[in-house]
Design a binder for this molecule. Structure first.
Ligand SMILES: [Zn+2]
Length: 237
């Protein structure tokens, strides 16, 4: 037996272990709830906009009227232009508020310190101006690297992506195309990404379809992200 065989075996074993484990940073990235949870999270990004009001009033009114739990990810730049709307959203008891970076930067292009400042912008603003502790973070464009995940963790933020893309900002698709896409992909524990900044021409209509048709048909309840992540297979009465 070659003398270095035990060494080689150790090395092979170590390599196998490393390749079998997901990178630590990736394990912190949340894309969905438990597949046993009879709920889905409707999530709405509030990315900054150059044109228009930047606020889908009809959508928000519908969510409030129908008492549909939802989660919003606010960017700092959007918050600066929508103080009244920030207040409104914070006051709705079945809405949850997270953050979405300061200026909607492409985070992986930035240094760790720059990423930290971009992530912290709206977190600080929510705390100082609105006395609100936001603990959910969604990276702009869903773009991140290990630094992004580590910074968010150090700041005590939960890193929230999605596993169902509505495609609502795409101006070339119809409401029924979005609804078909959701019918194919929504299941227990899904996190659906949509927009509440007016970019989604059909978002309100699609949410109405989810609320009236798709979710009841599948016995799925809309939940905030926090409720989805702590869901134990039962829907709160
Ligand atoms: Zn965004």
């Amino acid at each position: 037996m070659p003398r270095n065989l035990p060494h080689m075996l150790c090395l092979i074993l170590a390599l196998l272990l490393v390749t079998a484990m997901p990178p630590v940073a990736q394990a912190q990235v949340i894309k969905s709830g438990q597949p046993s949870c009879p709920g889905v999270a409707l999530t709405f990004d509030l990315c900054p906009v150059r044109k228009g009001t930047g606020y889908d009033q009809a959508l928000i009114d519908y969510l409030i009227e129908q008492k549909i739990p939802a989660t919003f990810f606010m960017s700092g730049k959007w918050m600066a232009r929508h103080e009244q709307q920030v207040q409104t959203l914070l006051q709705v008891p079945f809405f949850e508020i997270g953050t979405h970076g300061e200026v909607h930067a492409h985070l992986p292009l930035h240094s760790t310190e720059e990423q930290k400042q971009e992530i912290l912008g709206p977190v600080r603003l929510l705390k100082t101006k609105y006395s609100h502790n936001a603990t959910l973070f969604r990276p702009p464009y869903g773009e991140f690297n290990d630094d992004t995940v580590n910074v968010a963790r150090t700041l005590g933020l939960q890193f929230i992506l999605w596993n169902v893309v509505s495609g609502d900002p795409d101006q070339t698709i119809t409401a029924s195309q979005i609804e078909d896409r959701l019918r194919r992909s929504v299941r227990k524990g899904s996190v659906i990404v949509m927009h509440a900044n007016g970019k989604g021409k059909h978002t309100r209509e699609v949410v109405q379809d989810l609320h009236e048709q798709l979710l009841p048909e599948r016995n799925l309840a809309p939940m905030t992200i926090s409720d989805l992540l702590t869901c134990n297979g039962k829907v709160a009465p």
